[in-house]
Design a protein around this ligand. Structure first.
Ligand code: IPM
Ligand code: MG
Length: 437
């Protein structure tokens, strides 16, 4: 059986492992660059190579064909969400002006903000708006204020509802150590230098959504809590296909994570992943690892991993772990996609309520998420390359937010807003990258 999910196929085609190179607005409608100017001279003077991705080879297959105006739903969410969204919008505004296209960004509510406004962490109106856009850019959700709410009125429930309702079954979380930030990692330089891992996490199944679930009271009066860790064959097949596709465009090594020595659901997972990869991706070197060992190996010698595929809960845990190899959760973008419809692009980090509103957050993960959106949903790979290059350039200039600043690094400490402005300035002044082939 071949991969029939065209969007996913396209998306993952672009996830190469490159071995060679190493306004916000409070109003409801934010039209970025309503008066688009002509693209600046794309003269290929600056044939830069980004550390984030390799050239995009199949722009014609994008989820949304290239056009001059796109509709984007912006979900600022909670905590530091609004400030990183503002910084990202400023960067996007500069980018669209320079490159001659328009992003019509309309905000919608999710998380605590939606609970406060509509008593629903992801109201139908937000879902409808997301589904009718070309793509969705999400900041982060959650905060102390809603921590004691009943489950259905917690911000996290909004996120889960969004994933399920939009069919976003594949979540891609790259953890690539940038040379500029090696010392920001808590691990030794020789362990993290050169690490480049892609975690492919299944996002709409497993114990997150399995039923039955609940907390019951037994006749004895004792309470029992339970969830169902469950995967159907077809759910495993489709994520294995995505992972196979991703791995085949990287180093061709795929490690599937399970707990098959204990769990039946993992036994099926292992069998189905093996079938799919053997039948459809025979060139891929497939290995299997128990999740506890994987957690240890990720810290011991992360360079052994290329692409990792796992179920929802194991992926949740391991992707946080992998992110710390990179130094800060504040640097990691992610993409969630389904077989059709818009994808959702969001930083891996949470809403950091402890520093919310203090201009201390790091907007780079959201800016990099916007780059993923441009590349994978909007058929704008050159613009995505430029954004990623600008992020690397700002780090090269020694500009750091608090989360990636080391005491002794002599770098300049800036706030979220300033970081956004610096990246925007670079977007404005840097040459467009060479057209990728
Ligand atoms: C993540 C988060 C979410 C998850 C929470 C906020 C529901 O931890 O995206 O990794 O568990 O999936
Ligand atoms: Mg998580």
């Amino acid at each position: 059986m071949k991969l029939q999910i065209t969007k996913v196929a396209f998306f993952t085609l672009l996830l190469h492992n490159n071995n060679n190179n190493n306004s916000h607005n409070t109003s409801n409608v934010v039209v970025v660059n309503a008066f688009a100017v002509k693209a600046s001279n794309n003269s290929n003077k600056f044939a830069y190579k980004s550390s984030f991705t390799t050239p995009n080879k199949s722009t014609n297959l994008a989820a949304v064909s290239r056009k001059d105006a796109y509709s984007i739903t912006l979900l600022p969410g909670d905590g530091i969400g609004p400030e990183i969204t503002a910084a990202t919008c400023e960067v996007l505004q500069t980018l669209t002006k320079k490159c001659g296209f328009t992003l019509e960004m309309k905000e919608a509510l999710i998380g605590g903000a939606a609970i406060d406004a509509a008593n629903d962490p992801f109201p139908q109106e937000s879902l409808d708006q997301c589904l009718s856009s070309d793509s969705v850019l999400l900041a982060c959700i959650g905060g102390y204020k809603w921590d004691n709410n009943p489950r259905e009125l917690r911000p996290e429930s909004g996120l889960l509802k969004m994933r399920k309702e939009m069919g976003l079954f594949a979540n891609l979380r790259p953890a690539k150590v940038l040379k500029q930030l090696i010392d920001a990692s808590t691990l030794k330089r020789e362990v993290v230098e050169g690490v480049d891992i892609m975690v492919v996490r299944e996002l709409t199944g497993d114990v997150y959504f399995g039923t039955p679930k609940g907390i019951d009271t037994l006749p004895s009066g004792e309470r029992v809590g339970y969830n169902n860790m469950i995967y159907s064959e077809s759910e495993i097949q489709r994520i294995a296909q995505v992972a196979g596709d991703v791995a085949s465009k990287r180093q061709g090594r795929l490690c599937s994570i399970d707990k098959a020595n204990v769990l039946d659901v993992s036994q099926l997972w292992k069998e189905v992943v093996t079938e799919v990869i053997t039948d459809e991706f025979p060139e891929i070197e497939l290995s299997h690892m128990y999740v506890d060992n994987a957690a240890m190996q990720l810290i011991r010698w992360p360079k052994q991993f290329d692409t990792i595929v796992c179920g929802n809960i194991f992926g949740d845990i391991l992707s946080d772990e992998a992110s710390m190899l990179v130094g800060s959760l504040g640097m990691l973008p992610s993409a969630s996609i389904g077989s059709s419809g818009p994808g959702v692009f969001e930083p891996c980090h949470g809403s950091a309520p402890d520093i919310a509103g203090q201009d201390k957050s790091n907007p780079l993960a959201m800016i990099l998420s916007a780059a993923m959106m441009l590349r994978y949903d909007l058929d704008r790979s050159a613009e995505a390359d430029l954004l990623e290059a600008a992020v690397e350039a700002v780090l090269d200039q020694g500009v750091r937010t608090a989360d990636i600043k080391q005491e002794t690094d002599n770098c300049e400490l800036v706030g979220c807003k300033e970081m956004g402005e610096r990246v925007a300035k670079l977007v404005e002044t840097m040459d467009m990258p060479a057209t990728t082939v």
